[in-house]
Design a protein around this ligand. Structure first.
Ligand SMILES: [Zn+2]
Length: 266
């Protein structure tokens, strides 16, 4: 089995995890910029983080034969301070030259605040200005439905946006249809105790079909499983999905979406 892990926060994981991913058939890892578990005290903290994503992690992954790509932004949680957020965003263009940077992400909303929405829209414009794909985070639990609606309403105002180049991640049963029906890609995040369980993700796949859907572990510093994608593939086999159907959702779909970035060469 070969697969692409399209959303993992490897800066939070040990080198042993890279080995486990490689042993499970992972060929590519993509890492969106996100919250580090604490708020950075200055834009310099993000400068170092962007260097970690673009210089250090690709080398760490390469030791296990895995290609590492990244997405850059200031995450929704720290974007609630617009002055600080814009200072960090000013760092991004210089890093867009790096050969492994795919696009802008994971941007979006956390608590659905006005400030978060303003910074979200400035990130979308940044992506449009550089003709880059976009990876969007949706809020957790009780904030998810409202946050997804706000996100879709906001995106609808960008008349030049190519919706095929946007993925809205962490969809669940109550948000996946709105995302797919509007023409965007949708990501299902496999988490041990929130977001999608393996079986819930497969239910969604069976109901909606594999078109414009991918799955990821979004493994980070919290409770998460870096092997969630291959475990879901195994569960799909148990539920009598064919090898081709499994390959489509864990390899071909992420490859098709990510290949819209010229940098994504595998
Ligand atoms: Zn994430």
């Amino acid at each position: 089995m070969r697969y692409i892990e399209p959303h993992a926060h490897m800066v939070s994981r040990t080198t042993d995890d890279y080995e486990k991913l490689a042993l499970s058939g992972c060929e590519v890892v993509c890492e969106p910029a996100f919250w580090a578990g604490f708020d950075r005290s200055s834009a310099d903290g993000f400068h170092d983080y962007f260097r970690q994503l673009t210089e250090y992690e690709p080398k760490r992954a390469a030791r296990y034969g895995i290609k590492h790509f990244s997405w850059l932004c200031i995450n929704p949680k720290e974007a609630d301070d617009p002055v600080f957020a814009r200072e960090v965003m000013g760092l991004i263009p210089q890093f867009l030259k790096c050969p492994t940077v795919l696009g802008i992400g994971e941007i979006g909303l956390n608590k659905n605040t006005r400030n978060e929405l303003a910074i979200f829209e400035e990130h979308v414009q940044l992506a449009l200005d550089h003709d880059l794909p976009i990876l969007i985070h949706t809020p957790h639990l009780e904030d998810k439905l409202k946050g997804t609606r706000l996100t879709l309403d906001s995106l609808a105002n960008f008349s030049h946006l190519d919706r095929a180049k946007v993925i809205i991640d962490h969809v669940e049963e109550h948000t996946v249809s709105q995302v797919l029906d509007a023409g965007y890609w949708a990501g299902m995040t496999l988490y041990p105790d929130s977001k999608c369980s393996l079986d819930r993700a497969i239910d969604i796949l069976e109901i909606h079909g594999p078109e414009r859907l991918w799955m990821n572990s979004a493994c980070d510093w919290g409770v998460s499983d870096p092997l969630a994608v291959p475990k879901c593939a195994l569960q799909m086999k148990r539920r009598e999905h064919t090898a081709e159907a499994v390959e489509r959702v864990i390899y071909q779909n992420p490859r098709d979406f990510l290949s819209q970035s010229a940098r994504f060469v595998i």
